[in-house]
Design a protein around this ligand. Structure first.
Ligand code: DGY
Length: 328
């Protein structure tokens, strides 16, 4: 153990990460299935040097002000929209995240969800389980082909590029839109850069891979759904708030678009009576795109290593605000 360092881990994460932390500091771990209530988080944060947080924990200025010893927030996720990074930087608190290790697993899943909605897998499985399967049917569960279709990627970071790579194996034409063009990836993967409107108008599948920022909040709304083909399918594995879900519901019931696959929703969990859950053409799963045994283990190790490095005053591998350490 290093001095009297204390760490709070806001949920049970894979053992590989916890094992690294046990020998390093005094650990407290929130053991429940649901996140610690706000008052518990505030109280625990108030006593520790490091937090290993999840995307379900709001780490804001109020919490930081209630945490006089806090030096590091190591988020167990690539996304860090749950953390007020500016407030952390102002207070000299290092923020870290877990990029890279979940790229392929998340890209695998985005593609799985796309195939699942296109070929109506969930609906077909329910049809069988409900005892409705009477015979092979020429019109039964007709879906949309992946091969030869046009895929539009909104955001071409690591995960978007991973999805593009998978799409080439299905002979898809791939369009992308991002704040900046990426000529080397265009060449490597055979992608075409277009503006968002062209992407929405021409794509059979639109897959979202942007971080949640004030600019991307509700970037998919009524106007955007109107631009999409009536046969198009929307896939969201980014953040729920990127999509205006009321507008999505309208587009799905009115036939404005053909289907949607949502790994993420706004709020999470989606409410039991959310109208999206009544639709056969909308598949909703509980934010599991990075949920493979290997990837979650790597995320746990990475989050723990980041936390340890920052508490030892070293530059962690995955800092969000490295300037905190740079400026001493
Ligand atoms: C992330 O890491 O941001 C994902 O949403 C969960 O793995």
């Amino acid at each position: 153990m290093e001095g009297d360092l204390k760490i709070f881990v806001t949920r049970l994460i894979p053992k590989a990460g916890l094992d690294l932390l046990y020998g390093f500091a005094e650990l407290r771990i929130w053991q429940e299935e649901v996140p610690p209530p706000r008052e518990v988080l505030l109280e625990e944060a108030g006593e520790v040097d490091g937090l290993l947080s999840l995307l379900t924990d709001t780490i804001d200025a109020e919490l930081m002000d209630a945490a006089p010893r806090l030096k590091v927030v190591s988020n167990y996720a690539i996304g860090y929209d749950n953390v007020d990074v500016e407030a952390a930087t102002e207070r000299g608190i290092m923020v870290c995240h877990t990029p890279g290790v979940l790229t392929d697993t998340t890209a695998d899943f985005a593609f799985t969800l796309l195939a699942c909605v296109a070929r109506r897998v969930v609906e077909a499985s329910e049809y069988v389980r409900e005892g409705r399967w009477k015979t092979w049917g020429p019109m039964l569960c007709l879906g949309y082909d992946l091969h030869g279709a046009t895929l539009g990627l909104v955001g071409l970071g690591r995960i978007g590029s991973g999805v593009a790579k998978r799409a080439t194996g299905f002979d898809m034409r791939v369009l992308y839109h991002d704040v900046s063009r990426q000529p080397s990836r265009e060449e490597e993967l055979g992608l075409t850069y277009v503006d968002l409107e062209t992407l929405l108008r021409e794509s059979d599948f639109v897959s979202l891979h942007t971080p949640l920022t004030p600019e991307t909040h509700h970037m998919m709304g009524c106007e955007q759904f109107t631009m999409m083909k009536s046969t198009a399918i929307l896939i969201n594995t980014s953040r729920g708030q990127v999509v205006d879900e009321k507008a999505l519901y309208e587009a799905l019931v009115s036939g404005g678009i053909a289907g949607a696959g949502l790994d993420v929703t706004d709020p999470e969990p989606i409410l039991r009576d959310d109208p999206l859950l009544t639709l056969d053409n909308c598949v909703v799963v509980p934010h599991i795109a990075s949920a493979s045994v290997a990837t979650r283990t790597m995320m746990a190790t990475m989050a723990a290593e980041n936390l340890i490095a920052a508490l030892q005053g070293r530059m962690p591998r995955n800092p969000v605000n490295p300037e905190v350490l740079d400026r001493g």
